[in-house]
Write a protein that binds this ligand. Structure first.
Ligand code: UD1
Length: 441
């Protein structure tokens, strides 16, 4: 389908309802430059483990600028089932975890939310018992949880593996030295959650260094935990008896910021993006500069302007922080498609993260997958068409591609995008994009 006018788009929900798929789509009219100012929402990946961490304390946690996204709503639904009292007050989220039940975390919501696995460390610590589904999440690879499980066993937990869930018990979690085979973000967070109230000292060697892990540590320290080594690959946690009430400012979302920087670059625009922490996005900013963007960062504001035709950055390789983030890889496939020259992406974190390539190629891109590499021939003229989001960042990347394309692009299945972006259409309209979301009641 090739459409030229926004009004031509009829939303046929019956097809998607029949397939049990999404009920939201994004319609974008491309080909004009973005300009203006936008503020970045609170970080999804920082707040999800912090929500789990709030269960460690029999009291009140207040989160400022918690993003109102579906991944957060799903976590809150599970927490309400567990007995938490939850209240939103404008941009404050208030959680009272004074009472906590011993119920299994195995419902449909837990199954579809990858971050529900983070309840494992927190519940084991608070209740000494947890029954938890194997987590779902985006379809970007196998995503095993062996590092979580083996590390908790080292701390004294007994884990029984059922077909669809894990049953875990512990009489007392004990601190120990745990060396990860590779730096998993989720496992680092889960072990932090298990360790803050454990007996003795826990050391996590080869810990993930992502800024969201540091945000979790900062939140826990503010609540009374004793953690050192923040931002390094060796975290040391000295167990304490209890935590206390706290109020915490959620940091801005570096991947949302990176997505909007990419959108401005792709459309040859200029913009001011509020809430960009330079060191958290250093590698992305480095690559954007290499491609021909002028980016100046002052007081957590990024001033971005594209200079002439975008150039290929050569090869980018996804790696654990501080390397190039896998969560920005899809958006760069869109950007590389309109840049001069051949570019290569090498995905080293998740094996199945080229979900958007077929759709981008249908829009006119020329991308070939060879094993873990995507080879992108640039300077393509993208055309608006109907495409389907298959994961969160892939959906955002298709929207970025739509902004550069001639005509109208309809991105179906944007429920995925709503898992991580509070209101991507409103943010992009702040940058003067012609974009809207269609929702089925
Ligand atoms: C987190 C982020 C996700 C990001 C990813 C990598 C959240 C909510 N999600 O996901 O957006 O893309 O980090 O930066 O913060 N692994 C194992 N065994 C395990 C755990 C992980 O083999 O027990 C492997 C994974 O398959 C993957 C790699 O380790 O290949 C990294 O995964 P991990 O860092 O754990 O990612 P998540 O925490 O799931």
């Amino acid at each position: 389908m090739y459409c030229n006018r926004m009004e031509d788009i009829a939303y046929d929900s019956s097809v998607f309802l029949f397939r049990g798929m999404t009920m939201s789509s994004v319609v974008v009219s491309g080909s004009s430059s973005l300009y203006g100012e936008v503020s970045i929402q609170g970080s999804k990946n920082a707040v999800l483990p912090i929500l789990a961490a709030s269960l460690l304390h029999s009291g009140v946690t207040v989160l400022k600028d918690c993003p109102c996204i579906s991944d957060v709503s799903d976590m809150l639904l599970i927490m309400e089932d567990l007995g938490c009292q939850i209240k939103w007050d404008n941009n404050f989220l208030i959680i009272d975890a004074t009472k906590l039940n011993q119920i299994p975390v195995t419902g449909d919501t837990a199954k579809k939310t990858r971050a529900s696995i983070l309840f494992l460390g927190a519940l084991l610590s608070r209740n000494k018992h947890a029954v938890i589904s194997y987590p779902g999440g985006c379809t970007i690879g196998k995503r095993p949880i062996d590092i979580h499980v083996n590390s908790l066993k080292k701390m004294g937990a007994l884990l029984e593996d059922e077909e669809n869930f894990l049953t875990c018990n512990v009489s007392k979690l004990r601190g120990t030295r745990i060396e990860f085979p590779s730096p998993s973000v989720g496992a680092t967070e889960n072990i932090l959650l298990a360790a803050v109230l454990a007996e003795g000292i826990t050391e996590i060697v080869n810990a993930a260094r992502e800024p969201e892990v540091t945000a979790l540590c900062e939140f826990l320290i503010q609540s009374g935990a004793k953690i050192t080594g923040l931002g390094t690959s060796c975290l040391r946690i000295v167990g304490v008896d209890e935590l206390h009430d706290t109020s915490y400012q959620v940091p801005p979302d570096r991947i949302v910021a990176g997505t909007y920087l990419t959108a401005v670059a792709a459309t040859s625009g200029y913009a001011v993006i509020h809430g960009v922490i330079e060191q958290d996005l250093a590698e992305v900013i480095y690559v954007l500069r290499k491609m021909g963007c002028l980016i100046d960062i002052r007081e957590n504001k990024a001033f971005i302007k594209r200079k002439g035709t975008l150039q290929s950055p050569g090869t980018i390789t996804t790696e654990p922080f501080p390397g190039f983030p896998t969560d920005m890889q899809s958006q760069f496939l869109s950007l590389m498609s309109v840049a001069y020259g051949e570019s290569v992406v090498e995905e080293r974190i998740f094996e199945a993260r080229y979900n958007i390539v077929d759709d981008l190629n249908r829009m006119g891109a020329l991308i070939n997958i060879e094993d873990k590499k995507a080879i992108v021939q640039g300077l393509r003229r993208l055309r608006g068409t109907e495409v389907v989001a298959k994961d969160l960042r892939g959906g955002a990347a298709l929207i970025v591609a739509g902004l550069t394309a001639e005509g109208i692009t309809v991105v179906r299945n944007t429920d995925y995008v709503e898992r991580g972006y509070v209101d991507i259409c409103k943010d992009l309209r702040n940058l003067n994009a012609n974009i809207r979301m269609i929702k089925e009641a």
